[in-house]
Ligand binder design. Structure first.
Ligand code: AR6
Length: 180
């Protein structure tokens, strides 16, 4: 089968190819920037597909707090997306791997899962955080993410399905290899 499922306790992690803006899940995770601006990459696509409601809710959140630090995650409305929430997670910018990037990347996944669980959600879709514009190498990123997701899913109350939605073939193959 040209996809992969990993069972973790009562939950499942599915590695799939696709466009995350088309996912029908409780929460879509966005690979954001510190100030929750629309930006480019998957972030630009999520803001475009979600519409003004998402961008405006990001502005409301930012009016009440400091910029995100790498590893943090915050929730907003999902506007026109087929989801209830967007969880905006900030991954690290790759600086060679010895400046805390692995821990920050793991935190971005863990904090997103914990936030979804606090919101009582059951399904959540992630992009490959930090491996585009932020330059994190794919294989280590996928390995760190899967380890963090497995650990987080051991402790969730409501989250049952995690979908990793890979847009390009290289990312998809790297995540499949990491999963296997
Ligand atoms: N669905 C799923 N994945 C996608 C989609 C999509 N529609 N579009 C792109 N990707 P990136 P980062 C993949 O650069 O590295 C933004 O400007 C893409 O192929 O979007 O965390 C933010 O505002 C890649 O594999 O995120 C920040 O400033 C993955 O999403 C900065 O970029 C992540 O690539 C964050 O950089």
């Amino acid at each position: 089968m040209n996809s992969e499922e990993i069972l973790v306790g009562h939950s499942v992690i599915k590695i799939i190819r696709g466009d995350i803006t088309q996912e029908r899940v409780d929460a879509i995770v966005n690979a954001t920037n510190p100030s929750l601006r629309p930006g480019g990459g998957v972030c630009g696509a999520i803001h475009r597909a979600g519409g003004q409601a998402v961008t405006q809710d990001c502005r409301r959140v930012m009016a009440e707090r400091q910029p995100l630090v790498p590893g943090e995650a915050v929730a907003t409305v999902a506007g026109d997306l087929k989801a209830r929430y967007v969880i905006h997670a900030l991954g690290p910018v790759w600086k060679g791997g010895k400046q805390g990037e692995p821990e920050e990347l793991a935190s971005a996944y863990r904090n997103s899962i914990e936030l979804a669980d606090r919101l009582g959600l059951s399904s959540i879709a992630f992009p490959s955080i930090s491996t585009g514009i932020y330059g994190y190498p794919l294989m280590p990123a996928a390995n760190i993410a899967l380890r963090a997701l497995r650990a987080a899913l051991e402790r969730t109350r409501t989250v049952r399905e995690v979908r990793i939605v890979l847009y390009d073939p290289d990312s998809y193959e790297a995540w499949l290899a990491a999963a296997r």
